[in-house]
Design a protein around this ligand. Structure first.
Ligand code: ADP
Length: 249
């Protein structure tokens, strides 16, 4: 039974490493089909928060619930959490460089069959249709036969997002998607993520404020392991404490 409408509910989550509080009573909720940008200086706890959500790190104390309270993320392992529909994209793309673009997506669609999926199953019309949909979504239809290793950095990021979409996540966590992208790719990525957030929730950790502005979504500012400010980018960027933290005073 659903006890809260939120897709993700973090309440008073702390993570203590050897006495150091990487997260300090962090509370945050993400709604269905909401996109949220998470910003904050280095060491603010952004990665640790993602690690808690994906089950890589267990909170020392606190509550982490998924899907309206149905699942307690603090009691599940990483593979189980991924299976619930939480996908995570790390900063460095992990596409298979020697395969072409559509084979990468195909392998992601068959990921449950492991690295040998390609040997054992044909590309059925249904699989081809899903590949086409995904490539269309991530703007790589015209690059489908290109070797993944020959894509631009930005295109590799999009391919990896496409590979994550193959798993139909309810929540997509994206770590600095705009890092290393050209201005044009950055702008396209904002549009792409907004489209993705029409059908699922997206959490974006990002340093590039132009990109965050382009996303046009609610921003959560983390500092020393908890939420320092929350609201529109205009709202948080005029907050005195946020400015102090960014200027390192
Ligand atoms: P951010 O992603 O916002 O830069 P992190 O979540 O990576 O911040 O780190 C928050 C703090 O926790 C940092 O000071 C970091 O050094 C510390 N930290 C992160 N992981 C560990 C760990 N496994 N052991 C000890 N300290 C850690």
């Amino acid at each position: 039974q659903k006890i809260s409408p939120e897709l993700l509910y973090l309440n008073d989550v702390s993570v203590v490493f050897d006495g150091f509080r990487a997260l300090n009573s962090l509370s945050l909720t993400i709604g269905e089909k909401e996109m949220r940008a998470i910003i904050g200086p280095n060491g603010a706890g952004k990665t640790t928060m993602m690690d808690v959500i994906t089950g890589k790190t267990r909170p020392t104390v606190g509550t982490a619930l998924f899907d309206g309270g149905v699942h307690d993320l603090t009691k599940l392992d990483e593979a189980t959490i991924a299976g619930l529909g939480i996908g995570r994209k790390f900063q460095t793309p992990t596409v298979i460089e020697n395969h072409d673009v559509e084979t990468n997506v195909e392998l992601a669609l068959k990921a449950d069959k492991g690295p040998f999926a390609k040997l054992f199953s044909r590309r059925t019309p249904q699989v081809q249709e899903r590949i086409d949909e995904i490539l269309e979504r991530v703007r790589l239809k015209n690059a489908r036969h290109r070797r993944a290793g020959d894509l631009s950095h930005g295109q590799k990021q999009w391919l990896e997002i496409g590979m994550l979409l193959a798993q139909e996540p309810k929540l997509l966590l994206v770590d600095e998607p705009a890092a290393g992208m050209t201005d044009a790719e950055t702008a396209d990525t904002a549009v792409l993520l907004r489209e993705i957030a029409e059908t699922r929730s997206v959490v974006v950790v990002e340093h590039d404020m132009i990109f965050v502005r382009d996303l046009g979504v609610k921003v959560t500012v983390l500092h020393e392991g908890s939420v320092l400010a929350e609201g529109s980018l205009d709202h948080v960027s005029s907050n005195e404490r946020v400015i102090e933290v960014y200027l390192g005073r």
